[in-house]
Design a protein around this ligand. Structure first.
Ligand code: DP6
Length: 327
């Protein structure tokens, strides 16, 4: 191979995902080996497209996100994943990384999952590596844990285990169930402590051990409900799992309160709509925005109602999405 002397480029696309059973806390922070298995749905209407170009003409790795240069910790995280790729490929060239999202920056939709899934595939392909799905999921995990779940398609489960075995696998393709995530944006503010810092704090909550102990059962119920396409069974489990995670967050030292007043407004409204016969359930990640999970047929009603609530800034709806792929 004469990779050292040439310019090599590849472009990949990945979707973010919403977790139904949450990842919170690590057994190993550096390797991002999770404290518990998790399960999610890729969001097919939201996309990150990333181009990686290895070139001898660059002074070092250079990253842009939505055309804005990124330096510091954001770039270091990307370099960590590229170093793993360079090591495997026996390559020493720096890279230009250009990443764009089709969803608004600051809308509280974590882009790290789609970003690191797309980076892993584009980087590996540009370096001349032909990695299988498990290897890509493992690589993406080192950049952001939830990115491991954006590598396979549809509904994915991320397994605990060793650096070798902790990868995500698809348990159903995107066509399996036409669910919707109606994302209710109630704040676009930057979080004081993001998920990486939050994972480090998880063990300081006395509730974390109980959360982890209960995950296996919730995961089993979630998986069964998903495979049976049974929203009445899925909904209560995903709500419970999200609220337990937020209980851990709120009882960490220092505590993490991600919810704001509008978050509670949306939760109460969801319970009210359900009592009126609309099958819709909530889940919440490391932020104040609420993800309303419902069937496709109910999504317009849910979105219209959520848009009327005080404090709601924006509604973004997505169906299930496929795996990371080269463009
Ligand atoms: C609450 O994958 O964003 O969204 O590995 O530090 O990048 P890092 O964390 P990240 O954590 C996601 C946390 C969550 C739950 C989930 O997606 O499972």
């Amino acid at each position: 191979m004469t990779l050292q002397s040439k310019t090599h480029t590849a472009t990949a696309q990945a979707h973010p995902n919403i977790a139904f059973i949450k990842y919170w806390g690590n057994q190993d922070n550096r390797l991002r080996l999770p404290a518990n298995p998790s399960l999610s749905m890729n969001l097919g209407d939201l996309r990150t497209v990333t181009t990686v170009t290895f070139s001898a003409d660059l002074p070092g790795d250079a990253l842009t996100v939505n055309e804005q240069p990124v330096v510091g910790p954001g770039l270091e995280r990307v370099t960590t994943v590229l170093d793993l790729i360079r090591q495997q490929a026996g390559l020493e060239l720096p890279a230009r990384i250009e990443s764009t999202n089709n969803f608004p920056a600051g809308a509280g939709i974590a882009s790290s999952a789609s970003a690191f899934a797309a980076l892993s595939l584009a980087g590996a392909a540009a370096a001349g590596l032909d990695l299988d799905e498990a290897s890509l999921s493992r690589l993406a995990r080192r950049g952001s844990g939830s990115a491991s779940r954006s590598v396979p398609g549809g509904f994915c489960q991320w397994l605990t285990g060793s650096d070798e075995s902790s990868v995500a696998v698809s348990i159903a393709p995107p066509e399996y169930w036409d669910l919707r995530d109606v994302i209710v944006v109630v704040s676009q503010e930057h979080k004081a402590i993001g998920s990486t810092g939050g994972h480090h704090l998880a063990p300081t909550s006395s509730l974390q051990a109980a959360r982890v102990a209960g995950v296996e059962n919730r995961l089993k119920l979630c998986r069964e409900a998903l495979l049976a396409r049974d929203l009445a069974a899925l909904g209560p489990v995903i709500e419970e799992d999200a609220v337990i995670m937020h209980g851990v967050m709120m009882t960490s030292h220092p505590p993490l309160y991600y919810w704001n007043a509008a978050t509670m407004t949306v939760i109460h409204a969801t319970l009210q709509w359900r009592s009126e016969g609309i099958p819709v359930y909530f889940t919440i990640d490391a932020g104040p925005n609420v993800h309303l999970i419902c069937e496709a047929a109910d999504a317009p009603t849910v979105a219209a109602r959520a848009g009327q609530l005080p404090g709601v800034q924006q509604i973004i709806t997505s169906g299930p999405g496929g795996p990371v792929r080269l463009l």
